[in-house]
Design a protein around this ligand. Structure first.
Ligand SMILES: [Zn+2]
Length: 436
């Protein structure tokens, strides 16, 4: 029986064999009989079977066999440092330092998480010390870093990117009940709906503006891992939320300031105030016939109510400074924020406040400031939202408040128009093909 067969048999014994037994059998292999070609094959074999082998190695049973490269997969435990792990595998301090230095180019050793798997290919020396030939650790879902010992004895790190399959899809969803249930029926990823809601939150009041019979289309790209079929990123490229028969498409576009959504006329979707000052993704009560009787702004109710589950994040409708964050009678837990131009916004019946929200704190639009609750004089979990001008409540739906803050110009504008045309063509082609 040759060495490779011995290894194979041992690996197949794994179900019943303990790590020590397996490593014990390995040590029976006389090291002087390993020729370079065979060593290479063994190395490859070990690498390919590293996951099975990993079951047999743990911090307490490390046996490093001289001259036999072994692959260990170590699961990081709380409190472990990479230096500890290397030391435990009998790697010298000097080597460890070089390894950590090389790795730091891509991954901070301090950022290696608990339960993260680190794969180590180690060769034992006759004097009881050992040598690291290769270390690999995931950087993120799409890439891993490999640290390899080169001929000069130095360590070099390289980044290995996983090739993901890019797919684009266009889906139209009629709204019948809740946005989420309807989207799920058409297999639109959750991440895509979240991006759609974020893009329209400035303009659309997700509690009152959408009714059964409205619809939306989304054109998005997804990156799929060809090995596992696992989906990594879903990017919304275009959406069209059709309310009362009126189209209002938005396009994803990248400028120096990052990726944002723009209307067809190149106006940013961003406005001074948001129309839905809670995480709209959590408005789960549904639309149309199932809509709860939620108050709108009237002479007697000078605010807007948003029904949402207790704990739903409440976000700052605009940039500003917190002026109050405390109990306020019938309003329950209450936040007031002062904005530019003499405006302020009120958030009431909260379950609680977000961390670091105190009077005097500056908040950016969209930042979580508290959580939906039913404190004070309230009949169920909802956010009571008010907009004030110079201290007096005004209707938050006042159109002039929702002027765009930014329109693309110059080079950005011509690039945007090109992107828009391309997306329109793809969306139109897809709509035609689904109608056939
Ligand atoms: Zn109210």
């Amino acid at each position: 029986m040759n060495i490779l067969d011995t290894l194979r048999n041992n690996v197949f014994l794994l179900g019943s064999a303990s790590g020590l037994v397996l490593l014990g059998l390995w040590s029976l292999v006389p090291s002087n009989k390993v020729d370079p070609v065979q060593e290479k094959r063994i190395l490859q074999f070990i690498t390919e079977n590293s996951l099975e082998l990993s079951k047999t190695t743990s911090a307490t049973t490390t046996v490093i066999v001289p001259d036999m490269p072994q692959n260990f997969v170590v699961s990081v435990e709380p409190g472990d440092t990479l230096a500890d792990i290397l030391q435990e595998k009998k790697i010298s301090k000097k080597q460890s330092l070089l390894i950590i230095q090389a790795l730091s180019k891509y991954v901070s050793p301090k950022k290696i998480r608990v339960n993260e798997k680190i794969s180590l290919l180690i060769k034992g020396n006759a004097d009881g010390t050992s040598e690291l030939l290769r270390l690999s650790v995931a950087k993120d879902k799409r890439s891993q870093v490999e640290v390899i010992k080169n001929k000069d004895g130095y360590y070099q790190a390289k980044l290995l990117e996983k090739e993901l399959k890019q797919l684009t899809e266009c889906v139209t969803v009629p709204i019948k009940g809740s946005l989420f249930a309807d989207a799920a029926k058409k297999k639109v990823p959750y991440a895509v709906i979240r991006q759609l809601i974020a893009a329209y939150s400035y303009d659309v009041d997700f509690q009152r503006d959408i009714k059964a019979g409205d619809s939306f289309s989304v054109y998005f790209e997804r990156s799929v891992d060809p090995d596992t079929g696992e989906e990594h990123i879903s990017n919304l490229l275009y959406a069209n939320l059709k309310i009362k028969g009126k189209n209002r498409p938005v396009y994803s576009f990248e400028t120096e300031n990052g990726v944002g959504f723009y209307y067809a006329d190149a106006q940013s979707v961003k406005k001074q105030f948001m129309s839905t000052p809670i995480n709209g993704a959590r408005i789960s009560s549904g639309y149309g016939p199932r809509l709860h009787p939620i108050h709108g702004y009237t002479r007697f109710h000078r605010g807007l109510d948003f029904a949402a589950p207790k704990g739903t994040p409440v976000i700052a409708a605009a940039d500003g400074v917190v002026t109050r964050s405390s109990w306020y009678g019938d309003y329950g837990h209450y936040i007031e924020i002062q904005h530019a131009g003499g405006y302020s916004t009120v958030y009431a019946h909260l379950n609680g406040y977000a961390k670091h929200i105190h009077p005097g704190v500056r908040v950016a639009q969209g930042r979580t400031i508290g959580y939906v609750g039913t404190t004070g004089s309230s009949t169920g979990p909802h956010l009571h939202f008010e907009l004030k001008k110079n201290g007096a409540q005004i209707n938050p739906k006042t159109k002039s408040l929702h002027n765009s803050t930014n329109k693309l110009a110059g080079n950005d504008l011509s690039k945007f128009q090109k992107v828009r045309r391309e997306i329109d063509e793809k969306v139109n082609a897809s709509v035609k093909s689904t109608k056939l």
